[in-house]
Write a protein of this length. Structure first.
Length: 349
């Protein structure tokens, strides 16, 4: 069977800091009974292993795993994990290393209020702590209110002891590096980087497949039950990299392929991400773009269709807020842009 480009059914997560932009601004299909809920996250593409989904996230199977359900074509309603198990080489590439789970996790995050200050574990910590999973991520800013910021790393000179003392005093904001953001910015957050989205920021998040978050400070607020939310102070102190320099967004390399402008955003050990700006009426897809690896496309603006000439499947339309997994063996594709489009293109290394 020729595996065709896949869309997925999102899983929506209510968060105390969430808002309404995932439904109102991105047009994601939030169920009507959640219209007034604080939707903080839309999990657009996930394949998380057993025991990895945290207690405050919904949608997991009984074993604590979660795999996105396919939304289109004859594989509809099957999970990505089921399809990967059966058709792994078609998705990952015939020469790819065997994958138990798809190695990318795609989300949208809407911060109507500041997120908790948090950190994710690195591979060394995860290897010695069952239930913890490596998590490095990138944020692409879709919208930012005037004066919006993110918190990214500690200020130079801040030590573990200084940070622990500030936690005891209930005040760590002065030790964090606050970074102003605007739409179009992209920030890579390597595991071990303490961070938080600030209020008024909507992002697309690309990350390794992990739901392990160590919440270290929650702005002294209470949860919906009137109680303080659980913190993971010791775990966070064990994994925060206090010696890492505060990194600004990497310089962006821009070039043009045919009529498409490409901006390189992130290149790390786990994935790369480029922004494609494609003009109205474009009907080409450079043949050297598609190697024998899967790709994930996240539509940020515009509309178009992706035609698969070797599967017999109908053309797949895309619109803002939609995520598409292009299998490694999808080589005969034609991209037809109906209105000028911006796409985040995510690839494996």
């Amino acid at each position: 069977m020729n595996i065709y480009p896949l869309k997925f059914i999102p899983v929506f997560q209510q968060r105390i800091w969430g808002g309404q932009k995932i439904r109102q601004n991105l047009g994601r299909p939030v169920p009507r009974d959640l219209y007034k809920a604080r939707i903080g996250e839309a999990w657009e593409l996930a394949d998380l292993p057993a025991g990895s989904v945290q207690a405050d996230s919904v949608g997991a199977a009984a074993d604590g795993s979660l795999s996105s359900r396919i939304a289109n074509g004859p594989l509809a309603k099957q999970s990505l994990h089921e399809v990967l198990t059966q058709w792994g080489p078609s998705i990952m590439g015939h020469g790819a290393t065997a994958q138990a789970h798809f190695p990318l996790f795609i989300k949208f995050l809407d911060a109507a209020a500041d997120l908790s200050v948090q950190v994710h574990p690195n591979q060394a910590y995860a290897a010695t702590h069952p239930g913890a999973h490596l998590k490095s991520e990138a944020w692409y800013v879709l919208e930012a209110a005037p004066g919006a910021k993110i918190y990214k790393g500690v200020k130079p000179g801040v030590t573990r002891d200084m940070f622990a003392a500030a936690l005891q005093a209930g005040a760590v904001a002065s030790l964090l590096q606050a970074v102003p953001v605007q739409a179009g910015d992209c920030h890579f957050l390597e595991s071990g980087t303490v961070h938080a989205l600030g209020a008024g920021v909507l992002v697309a998040e690309v990350q390794t497949p992990s739901d392990t978050t160590f919440r270290v400070f929650d702005w002294n607020r209470l949860g919906p039950d009137g109680k303080a939310r659980t913190l993971h102070i010791q775990e966070a102190l064990d994994v925060i990299n206090f010696s890492a320099p505060v990194s600004a967004p990497a310089p962006k390399r821009n070039y043009v392929v045919d009529d498409t402008a490409v901006t390189e955003l992130v290149a790390c050990n786990y994935f790369s991400m480029d922004r494609l700006t494609i003009p109205d009426g474009s009907e080409t897809l450079p043949p050297d773009w598609l190697a024998d690896k899967p790709e994930v496309w996240i539509c940020i603006s515009g509309q178009g269709v992706l035609e698969t000439l070797d599967t017999g499947m109908p053309a797949l339309a895309f619109a803002p807020g939609e995520t598409i997994l292009i299998p490694a063996t999808s080589r005969q594709l034609r991209l037809r842009v109906v209105s000028a489009s911006t796409i985040l293109r995510v690839r494996l290394p």
